[in-house]
Design a protein around this ligand. Structure first.
Ligand code: URA
Length: 441
């Protein structure tokens, strides 16, 4: 079939066949289909959607466009976790070690941060000496020895997605549930884990702004995972306020370590425990309640922290910064933001808080920006808190004093203040599994 006819068929709301979807994706990867025709089809998909079968076919052909990681040299069940991205989201650094301490292997490939969201690989690279580029044998070896390894994406995972994502980014076709679901799941399925837990963020710091859309995306992704033979579930979690208190690379590792020591902020600890419990549940360790108990014990008895320290050592990192986070290099300058207002913090534009941190050097504006590992923000007051004029609401950290003014303005502009008390959002809105959607009250 000609590409023209495939575009016309989707434009007219008809279902594409497996062969047509394969022809489009393979032809585009080979450079036989020009950007203008691929863009037209993406826009038709954006406008008219895809059936469950079409989305599965799109995911499968994108997954098969590159390497398929074979994790069989690692003994036991392997579980993966994916977050759709957020501000202050350091949960991978906490849940990976908890799950590994409970006997389920974590062989994880993570990404770098871009824009207002951070990436696990950047955070880990704030640990002196830590190597995120390991070859396959080293990667497997670390997992077999310590139960966990986290590395940067290596090889050529789902190159069709890379090419299509770049095109979606410039053609206003990112925000499409079948396109997002197939993009994320093609990479997750290619990464080879037996089971997957998805953390679908919702709110002002996430690209899904409503719970309803987040649930729809989660349902699509869970179906894709289960239909590919991987136990998959998703939690819908709040990203209408930064998670925890710290934003920025080494600041987030420090907070993750504190959480593994049992001293983490309540929201981060709660969310990490539920994510870890669900990873253990999909890996067959028991029901959610039993797994939650196991996850708590791994924090209480220190075994999860020990797993993180062992992984850091095995990947060439300086384990002493995990044992004592005071050993992390500090930013040269700090700057306190004192409240110019009196009232309750009614809302934090979470994307704005992430951008303020990026402006201090903690994040990347473009793919090749260099990041400052010690830069970032420690938040003292969050949504729902009462503040008086002059109260410390956050501390900024940077290696260049000149960055403080604009970052402070951006941070303050991200806050909405009200006179009356404000209700905090739930942390976890719902769980989506093959059994259906379970909303929390
Ligand atoms: N993240 C992805 O990997 N793909 C999308 O389409 C959106 C977010």
């Amino acid at each position: 079939m000609r590409m023209y006819d495939i575009i016309a068929k989707k434009r007219d709301k008809k279902e594409l066949t497996t062969e047509e979807i394969n022809e489009f994706v393979n032809g585009y990867v080979k450079g036989e289909i020009p950007d203008y025709q691929a863009s037209a089809l993406l826009m038709a998909i954006y406008l008219n959607g895809m059936t469950e079968r079409e989305t599965f076919d799109l995911t499968t052909v994108m997954m098969r466009s590159g390497d398929l990681v074979d994790l069989s040299p690692i003994e036991g069940v392997k579980v993966d976790k994916h977050s759709t991205g957020g501000v202050g989201d350091k949960t991978s650094l906490i849940v990976g070690p908890i799950v590994a301490a409970c006997g389920v292997k974590v062989a994880k490939m993570s990404g770098r941060g871009l824009g207002h969201t951070g990436g696990t690989v950047d955070k880990l690279e704030s640990i002196p000496g830590f190597k995120t580029a390991l070859d396959r044998d080293e990667f497997f070896d670390v997992v077999n020895k310590t139960g966990i390894s986290v590395i940067g994406q290596s090889g050529d995972l789902a190159p069709a997605d890379k090419k299509l994502y770049a095109l979606r980014d410039v053609t206003a076709t990112i925000e499409s549930i079948p396109l997002i679901a197939s993009s994320i799941m093609s990479k997750k399925l290619a990464a080879g884990a037996d089971c997957i837990v998805l953390d679908v963020k919702t709110g002002s710091g996430a690209f899904m702004k409503t719970v309803e859309d987040s649930v729809k995306l989660a349902q699509e992704m869970v179906k894709l995972g289960e239909n590919a033979g991987r136990r998959t579930c998703a939690l819908i979690t709040d990203m209408d306020v930064p998670l925890g208190r710290n934003i920025g690379n080494s600041l987030e590792v420090i907070e993750a370590v504190e959480t593994l020591k049992g001293n983490g902020p309540e929201d981060l600890t709660h969310e990490a425990l539920y994510l870890a419990a669900n990873m253990l549940e999909v890996a067959g360790k028991g029901d959610e309640k039993e797994c939650l108990k196991m996850a708590k014990e791994a924090i209480d008895n220190g075994s999860a922290l020990e797993c993180l320290a062992q992984m850091v050592k095995a990947q060439g990192g300086d384990e002493s910064v995990i044992r004592d986070t005071g050993n992390f290099a500090k930013a040269a300058f700090s700057h306190e933001i004192r409240s110019p207002y009196e009232g309750y913090i009614a809302h934090m534009d979470t994307e704005g808080c992430g951008i303020a941190s990026m402006m201090l050097g903690a994040g990347r504006e473009t793919l090749d920006s260099v990041i400052d590992m010690a830069a970032g923000i420690v938040i003292e007051k969050k949504t729902g808190d009462h503040i008086k004029r002059g109260d410390l609401i956050a501390t900024l950290y940077a290696n260049d004093k000149a960055l403080f003014d604009k970052a402070e303005k951006k941070y303050l502009d991200s806050l909405k203040i009200s006179d009356g008390e404000v209700k905090r959002n739930p942390l976890i809105y719902a769980k989506v599994s093959k059994e259906g959607v379970q909303y929390n009250d």
